[in-house]
Write a protein that binds this ligand. Structure first.
Ligand SMILES: Cc1cc2nc3c(=O)[nH]c(=O)nc-3n(C[C@H](O)[C@H](O)[C@H](O)COP(=O)(O)OP(=O)(O)OC[C@H]3O[C@@H](n4cnc5c(N)ncnc54)[C@H](O)[C@@H]3O)c2cc1C
Length: 350
């Protein structure tokens, strides 16, 4: 296996993500994938030999209307039927769980204690070390600039540092994947969407669970090292620059200080941006692409690709090596857009 990365490891969305993993989703496929990933994150230090700073403090969704509650009751029933023991919490239970939270306007919440957080850089470094140990090669600062083809096969990957013959190509270039697909005449529907995120100075631990108020879809959690990490979506985020904006800082500070009054006056130490790799139905695009027999797609991971990576990675490897895959793959193939078989995920946040 050879991996080509045009910059350094973690330079794309993976090194810009919030490090959250939850099993609270609204489709069976996503619930199933995140359940498997959570188990893999828990075993990661033993299996991969690297500390991924994984902590299962739970995710708490805050609901602000009876309509929202009715919608979440159905979603929680689905999660329970898939073996995820999410519970509906009363406001009194929410206050006991997160005493410093402002619950004004909250009518109820949903909570699953098996959800949690990890340190994204460490996960990528751990996997990279494991790949090298097993004989794989990682070529950083090596940009893929084209492919050599014969009939329906890719025969070589062309990079700015030379040509590499290949049996199978997997295009996992995140928001840049459409460019690589174009090299072989294929079109992907993905669009980049800018998202910003902050980390505060480290504070004594006061927030063990991740909190998502559904009036804004903000995400906030406190990492093991004490910093509060938070992100929230702003409308119209197709800008080509990847810089943090003052507009975002004002917006997120207002929401955070309303939610946790104790955060007023706390310093924001880091503020950065990255791209969600958006697909029309909010699900990834996996599997062979177009007319090619050995060109595979692995992108379109929206704002929840890191948490599903362990499960998708393992299943994808089995698919490529042994041709073995379950039904879930059919729902994530590229041709679903032509067939019109779309199953949209409704619990997208951040
Ligand atoms: C602000 C923010 C917060 C997020 N929070 C979470 C979260 O809490 N939990 C979660 O699960 N997900 C989260 N996500 C989403 C998650 O980060 C992504 O879904 C995931 O990291 C995508 O991984 P990827 O490997 O597909 O893409 P990337 O990590 O972007 O990797 C693609 C790589 O391809 C390289 N590349 C591009 N073109 C070429 C080329 N021509 N040749 C060689 N290399 C190339 C790029 O340099 C890049 O490093 C968040 C994303 C953002 C932006």
């Amino acid at each position: 296996v050879a991996i080509f990365e045009k910059s350094h490891l973690n330079s794309g969305a993976s090194g810009r993500c919030g490090g959250g993993i939850r099993q609270q989703w609204s489709t069976e496929d996503n619930i199933d994938l995140m359940k498997e990933s959570a188990r893999q994150f828990a075993r990661f230090p033993q299996e991969v030999g690297f500390n991924n700073w994984f902590r299962q403090g739970g995710y708490l969704f805050l609901l602000y209307s009876d309509d929202q509650l009715a919608q979440f009751e159905k979603i929680v029933a689905l999660q329970n039927s898939c073996g995820v023991p999410t519970r509906i919490l009363s406001v009194a239970e929410i206050r006991r769980l997160v005493p410093e939270l402002n619950t004004d306007g909250v009518v109820a919440g949903t909570y699953h204690k098996g959800d949690g957080s990890f340190f994204p850089f460490a996960v990528v470094w751990g996997y990279a070390e494991a790949i090298r140990r097993m004989g794989g090669r990682i070529h950083t600062f090596t940009e893929v600039v084209g492919f050599e083809t014969i009939l329906d096969r890719i025969t070589a990957v062309e990079t700015n540092r030379g040509k590499f013959e290949c049996d199978i190509v997997v295009n996992a270039c995140g928001v840049d994947s459409p460019k690589l697909a174009e090299f072989v005449g294929e079109k992907l529907p993905n669009e980049p969407e800018k998202h910003e995120i902050i980390a505060t100075q480290p504070l004594r631990i006061f927030l063990k669970t991740a909190v998502i108020p559904m009036d804004t879809s903000l995400f906030v959690t406190q990492m093991l090292r004490g910093e509060v990490v938070s992100c929230v979506g702003l409308p119209k985020r197709q800008e080509p620059n990847i810089k943090g904006s003052l507009e975002f800082l004002k917006y997120i500070s207002g929401i955070l200080c309303r939610l946790f009054p104790r955060l007023s006056g706390v310093s924001i130490l880091r503020h950065w941006a990255g791209y969600y790799d958006i697909t029309p139905d909010t699900n990834p695009i996996l599997g062979p692409l177009g007319k090619w027999s050995n060109f595979y797609q692995l992108s379109g991971f929206m704002g929840h690709g890191f948490m599903m990576a362990p499960a998708v990675g393992r299943r994808y490897a089995e698919w490529i090596l042994f041709g073995k895959h379950g039904d879930w793959v059919d729902r994530f193939r590229h041709d679903r857009f032509e067939k019109g078989k779309l199953d949209t995920e409704s619990m997208i946040i951040g």
